[in-house]
Ligand binder design. Sequence first.
Ligand code: ADP
Ligand code: MG
Length: 327
Amino acid sequence: MLSEFDLISRYFTRPARSYIAQIALGVGDDCALLTPAAGTQIAISTDMLVEGRHFFPDAEPFTLGHKCLAVNLSDLAAMGARPLAFTLALALPAAREEWLGPFSAGLLALADSHHCELIGGDTTKGPLNICITVFGETLPGQALRRDAAQAGDDIWVSGTLGDARLALAGYRNELTDQLVMDAEQHALAATRMHQPTPRVALGIALRGIARAAIDISDGLIGDLGHILARSGVGATLAVDSLPAGPVLTQQTQAIRRHFTLAGGDDYELCFTAPADRRDAVFAAGQAAATAVTRIGSIDAASGLRLHDADGAVLNLQLTSFDHFRST
Ligand code: ADP
Ligand code: MG
């Protein structure tokens, strides 16, 4: 049986890498030490994933490792921050190497691809619970905050929406009489649910171009709603211009509208930018190799208005995910 310390050194400690100059001390002491580069700010965010709530009890450990870090990197992306390091607090029912090996491999592969170093954490026995805190770097005045949208801004979204929610519908056997989805298409949609791509390069490329940004974890309407509330503005969305994922594109218009507007688990960026910066937004998307789609505009009048392709008002009753109201 692995001891706590063997476990940490085998799966969560690696030789120090010199390419991140800001990390003065990593795993092994009472604290890690970060030295911010002169004139920079540190962006910090925490996300916890709980078995049975955020992932299925039999979740595949490699993709789970990926997802736990991905959702945290997505928060850095939404601020336009560059990842530096993260900590991992882990409660585990047992030290099972056949779980720890792939979990650590999935986690550290994504960490490496973003040059984001695991610098510490905590390990304890208990129901499976994975809590990550990420540290990123940004420049004063350049973070993409939720409170910075202005009337007249365009609203944009990265990538595509809704395939993660569609995969969940497949697992739950929802809407079986309406969905057009075979096993192969479900597997494709499920990749979006299990292995989201944090839009880190896009967030950084949008510095100085976008005004407000948020990552879409609970559904576009709810998450855009946070920007509207914090910025004291409203918005109009062109619902049928929302970019649906490849599997969602093949579904009925009603399901497409529902899952693009209120799907959840997408981890795309929703951001606003002045209407005279459209070319710059497209250039940022190109530089980050990430599609960007203009989906509406910010209004001075509060509230969210949904329009169809002809500009007619749509009355859709949709809510986004809330842990204490949903089951
Ligand atoms: P302390 O007793 O001071 O809390 P620990 O014994 O919990 O320290 O941890 C020893 C070292 O291992 C610390 O540097 C801590 O940050 C690191 N550590 C513990 N758990 C993890 C983990 N899951 N991933 C990475 N580092 C970890
Ligand atoms: Mg400890």
